[in-house]
Design a binder for this molecule. Structure first.
Ligand SMILES: [Zn+2]
Ligand SMILES: [Zn+2]
Length: 387
């Protein structure tokens, strides 16, 4: 289906993916994974391999075809705190930990690209940095740490990929502009005054107040947001009380806020707190409200994405390229994009019946791996060309 890699390297990528799938590790704890990746990279020629952080791995390849630009290729390596329920022969051997987002595939694809590119430095100008990143799933994320450590110094463009379960294999998504939202979160505790369930008038009932606050927060999105600007606010945790006959002293809740527009995002903490303040005030309660600013939105550079579109047409002639839609999920690949232009490619790896990401039955269609490896290789060769 593609010029490179050949069938044999594609099989190797699948083997690497299966080993990684079987040995998942949580964010910031990817020690075995990083060692596995480092050992493989050291077995390839022409790479300079290092550990920018304890659980991330960097390989640098200098092309010998002449001067050119420096391209960062990124894969993430961390897994999730989920008990796997796929029944796969290579299912996780680590209880309660699972590659349920496809990062095993990302790592294997980038290893495949490193192997192909490092074998042919004469086909490459400039420089390629392969970053096997730790901790995408856990805020503040590994990307920020790597950027702060100087990974992007001298880098001209960054390319990342994500396997996508709802998109079938044989389709990739290249989208100019907004692709993934900024995933913020919040914690709120409503402090009332507890007491006997039979004598509510002697209490300040935080359960009833929490119910009104939850509904009030929904209106921040539905009534205060310009409806053409995408946004979602989900209250996802709610804890309070210990007995049927006791009104608790406080109720804690938390949730997720996902937005693309920077101005709307910046306004959210105060708008939310205004609702919380008004409702708790009305009933004589107090509150503690904390808004956590998460990753920035992923905004694909139009020029880089257009080049990738040309690259895909040549390198993956049998693959359908789709413009996709913005998604409310988040990704810390945005940390690279704050410093250099970049593009994040979604690679179809499932289909309509596939389990969603972060689900115990999540799996990928391994035919997608070849598309990802090929895109990494072709993008690196093209984007390192002098402008
Ligand atoms: Zn994920
Ligand atoms: Zn992911």
């Amino acid at each position: 289906m593609t010029a490179s890699p050949t069938d044999a390297p594609a099989t190797q990528v699948i083997e690497w993916r299966r080993w990684l799938h079987q040995h998942p590790e949580l964010s910031f704890q990817e020690h075995g994974t990083a060692q596995y990746v480092e050992d493989l990279l050291r077995s390839f020629p022409n790479l300079s391999v290092s550990r920018p952080t304890p659980t991330s791995v960097l390989a640098i390849l200098k092309g010998t075809a002449g001067p050119g630009r420096t391209v960062l290729l990124r894969a993430d390596m961390d897994a999730l705190p989920i008990q796997e329920d796929t029944g796969l022969a290579f299912a996780s051997v680590n209880p309660g930990v699972m590659h349920a987002c496809g990062h095993d595939g990302h790592t294997a694809m980038l290893l495949g690209a490193a192997r192909e590119l490092s074998a042919h430095p004469e086909a490459l100008r400039g420089e390629v940095r392969f970053i096997f990143q730790h901790a995408e799933e856990l805020f503040p994320g590994g990307a920020r740490e790597l950027v702060d450590g100087g990974l992007l110094d001298g880098v001209d463009v960054a390319v990342g990929t994500h396997l996508m379960s709802p998109v079938p294999a044989g389709v990739i998504v290249l989208r100019e502009g907004p692709l993934l939202a900024a995933p913020d979160s919040f914690d709120l505790t409503i402090h009332g005054h507890g007491g006997h369930a039979a004598f509510p008038h002697t209490t300040i009932d935080p359960v009833v107040i929490a119910a009104q606050v939850i509904l009030g927060l929904q209106t921040v999105i539905s009534r205060q947001r310009d409806p053409v600007k995408a946004g979602v606010l989900s209250v996802t945790t709610l804890h309070g009380g210990t007995a049927h006959n006791v009104i608790p002293g406080e109720v804690a809740l938390g949730g997720s806020v996902r937005i693309f527009d920077p101005d709307l995002r910046a306004a959210m903490p105060e708008r939310m707190e205004q609702v919380v303040r008004g409702i708790t005030d009305a009933y004589g309660a107090t509150y503690t409200f904390t808004y956590h600013t998460g990753y920035d939105a992923v905004n694909n550079d139009p020029a880089v994405t257009q080049v990738l579109r040309e690259v895909a047409a040549t390198a993956l002639p049998d693959v359908t390229v789709h413009p996709g839609e913005p998604l409310m999920g988040g990704e810390d690949f945005s940390a690279y994009m704050t410093r250099v232009p970049g593009s994040f490619i979604l690679i179809g790896a499932g289909g309509p019946d596939a389990a969603p990401h972060h689900h115990p039955k999540f799996d990928i269609d391994e035919r997608a791996l070849d598309s990802g490896t090929t895109m990494y290789v072709a993008a690196a060769r093209r984007l390192t060309q002098p402008e």
